[in-house]
Design a binder for this molecule. Structure first.
Ligand code: NAD
Length: 427
């Protein structure tokens, strides 16, 4: 049913991630510091967007061309920071939205970065390892005019991993004539990576959920959890929830959906994925339809795959108490209002998945200082930063009767605009 509270340009089927982000800015605008309002247009316009052609030689000798992007949404608070995604659906407007959410997220957790994001429109599953390396190195070379430890620092996102980051680091270093470990994060430990980075985003999802649960009087012990996406974020989140006594009752990836009321063995699901490439065919739970995932009764629903998964079409059927956004932009603006009306708490992406960039920041600090921390130190510092950031958001939400997303945007946007105003306009 069309939502009367939504502007008409946000037709239900037509909402892309960039429109979702613009709508989030509209919703926060009345709550920002008045002195910053003349600068709000800054948030609606990416600072710069680079579109690159990425030609590579395939193993069969033919040349294939792929389109790649890197967007600097806002650099007022520091160098650009944000992941690189390889996916057949990547578009410039998607990358713009992902970069913008990085701007807000970095400000919310107070890491000294602006917001950036990159992507290549490619299905990496169709490439050999050698082709993937050539694609990555060519893309990294094309981005060379933007990258640098004090300019723009990529990290992994969907379908990119430590190996891809190692190739980017090596390509940048070769072009510069020296080893520059601080140019990317999410690297292998052997190349200046950080302990705790691999699990950081999923761990952060758990910490944000735990902080929400504490305030809502929901116990984690015995809680039912449903996780969409069983990659870097979803797998770690599911595992850490289970380690803390929760029951993972549903899992979904792009190959299948699993349900078991008594709890899915996450380690067995992970082993199955390692063998077969996905959850499809995993025998330790019942296979159900993709739509059934959204109707599973649970305490915590964790979308940790791609954007636009919780929409007007399924938000009414969701039977969760709390939605914790492991993915970026998984909830459309219309679905957000529906969940709010139904009394379902949404812990927004800009805090829920900020664990990744927080430990990326730790990795960058360690690389720059060439001094490495223990995993315990990293996890403790991560916990402290996310707990404090969550607390700030919760307090604004309570004091001003705002949903958590708008409260997070109040904090993030005010910080970005404060930096913008202080820097002034040049020339
Ligand atoms: P990944 O490539 O490791 O895993 C993605 C998972 O999502 C896979 O299991 C895939 O099968 C599943 N998936 C993809 N499309 C799906 C669909 N339509 N339905 C169901 N499942 C689907 O990616 P990731 O790094 O885990 O990223 C997941 C999300 O988390 C993205 O939105 C990303 O931007 C966000 N995120 C990632 C990080 C990070 O550190 N990797 C940090 C912050 C946010």
């Amino acid at each position: 049913m069309p939502n009367a509270d939504l502007p008409s340009y946000l037709s239900r089927e037509n909402v892309g991630p960039w429109e979702t982000y613009l709508e989030q800015v509209e919703r926060v605008a009345p709550h920002l510091e008045r002195a910053y309002l003349p600068w709000i247009e800054t948030l609606r316009r990416p600072k710069r967007s680079l579109i690159v052609d990425v030609p590579i030689k395939l193993d069969n000798g033919e040349v294939a061309h792929f389109e790649g992007y890197r967007v600097h949404h806002n650099l007022s608070r520091g160098p650009g920071k944000g992941g690189i995604r390889y996916h057949p659906d990547v578009t410039l407007s998607e990358v713009m939205a992902l970069a913008a959410w990085m701007t807000i997220k970095n400000a919310v957790v107070q890491v000294p970065y602006g917001g950036a994001k990159g992507g290549v429109r490619v299905d990496p599953k169709q490439l050999s390892l050698a082709e993937l390396e050539r694609l990555t190195r060519r893309y990294a070379s094309e981005l060379n005019i933007l990258l640098g430890p004090d300019r723009d620092i990529p990290a992994p996102d969907i379908n990119t991993n430590e190996q891809v980051m190692a190739w980017i680091m090596d390509t940048y270093s070769a072009n510069q004539g020296g080893t520059a470990t601080g140019v990317v994060t999410g690297k292998p430990l052997a190349l200046g990576g950080s302990l705790g980075r691999r699990d950081a985003t999923g761990r952060g999802v758990f910490i944000a959920a735990r902080e929400a649960a504490r305030r809502l009087n929901l116990p984690i012990e015995g809680a039912r959890v449903a996780v969409q996406g069983f990659g870097n974020v979803g797998e770690a989140a599911a595992r850490i929830f289970a380690e803390n006594g929760a029951r993972v009752v549903a899992l979904q990836d792009d190959t299948g959906t699993l349900h078991r009321e008594t709890g899915i063995d996450v380690a067995a699901a992970r082993a199955h994925r390692a063998q077969t490439g996905g959850l499809h065919g995993c025998v330790n739970a019942d296979a159900v339809s993709a739509e059934a995932f959204w109707q599973v009764p649970c305490d915590f629903l964790i979308p940790a795959a791609v954007e636009n998964q919780i929409t007007e079409a399924n938000a009414g059927a969701i039977r969760a108490k709390v939605v914790v956004e492991g993915a970026n932009g998984p909830t459309t603006p219309a679905a957000d209002l529906l969940l709010q009306a139904r009394g379902i708490t949404v812990v927004p992406d800009v805090i829920a998945n900020a664990g990744g960039v927080t430990v990326s920041y730790f990795e960058w600090v360690q690389d720059i200082s060439s001094f490495f921390w223990s995993e315990m130190e990293i996890n403790q510092r991560l916990d402290r930063i996310l707990t404090e950031a969550f607390s700030g958001i919760w307090n604004v939400s309570q004091a001003r009767s705002l949903p958590l997303r708008t409260a997070a945007f109040v904090i993030g946007c005010n910080r970005v605009l404060e930096a913008r105003v202080l820097r002034g306009l040049y020339p």
